[in-house]
Design a protein around this ligand. Structure first.
Ligand code: AMP
Length: 217
């Protein structure tokens, strides 16, 4: 099964994608994570993307569709992929269709996480992750049980994204509204869109997504 999780920054796409990986053996394909890895490694793609990402703008369609295409050639994606943060433009949506059909695969669902944008700025600004295992935390909503120690792996280092500040978040939201939300009609026309309440608590969102994937949503 191949699905897209669609929603603005902070909607919970990454959190839910990680749960789907654990619970269903699907693979999370986050273009944001891939680009951050490229920036960290200092690859040519990373060098091109860094300033654009820091400004909260979109990296070029050719770059992101290129990295998704390479990723889809790896065997672990054959049984099911969760697209997280991709596609973000109409051109990317068309590329994804082509990339999947060239490989004899298809999209099963586009799950839109419905959210309140104002609440998201607060969610995004306070978030941080374990530097070792990637578990997500939040200054207000989810602190580690023991201060400074990851609940999952026990590591003591955490990291914050440079683009998770209020100003950049607003640019990212504006990019979402202007360029990403308009791809919904493309998928509506194919009958693939399902909606879940992204403001519900994390377990409830997981439950609603499971209902969709199990054909009850
Ligand atoms: P994310 O982790 O999904 O919030 O992405 C972080 C940043 O990476 C975005 O603000 C963009 O600058 C860039 N990015 C990630 N995915 C895409 C994409 N599909 N298209 C264009 N830029 C992207």
């Amino acid at each position: 099964m191949n699905i897209i999780l669609l929603g603005p920054p902070g909607a919970g796409k990454g959190t839910q994608a990680k749960r789907l990986e654990t619970e269903r053996g699907m693979v999370q394909l986050s273009t944001g994570d891939m680009l951050r890895a490229a920036v960290k490694a200092g690859t040519p793609t990373g060098l091109k993307a860094k300033a654009v990402m820091e400004a909260g703008q979109l990296v070029s369609d050719a770059i992101v569709s290129g990295i998704i295409g390479e990723r889809l050639d790896m065997a672990d994606t054959e049984t099911g992929a969760i697209f997280d943060g991709y596609p973000r433009t109409y051109a990317q949506a068309e590329s994804l269709d082509a990339l999947l059909s060239e490989r004899g695969r298809k999209l099963d669902y586009v799950i839109e996480l419905l959210v309140n944008e104002e609440a998201l700025v607060d969610r995004v600004e306070g978030r941080f992750t374990c530097a070792k295992c990637g578990e997500g935390y939040h200054d207000k909503y989810k602190l580690p049980k023991v201060d400074g120690v990851c609940d999952v792996c026990g590591a003591t280092e955490f990291k914050r994204r440079p683009d998770d500040n209020a100003e950049t978040v607003r640019t990212r939201m504006a990019e979402y509204r202007a360029k990403t939300a308009p791809i919904l009609p493309f998928y509506e026309a194919k009958g693939l869109v399902r909606r879940v309440d992204g403001m519900a608590d994390i377990d409830e969102v997981t439950r609603q997504i499971a209902a969709v994937l199990d054909g009850q949503g």
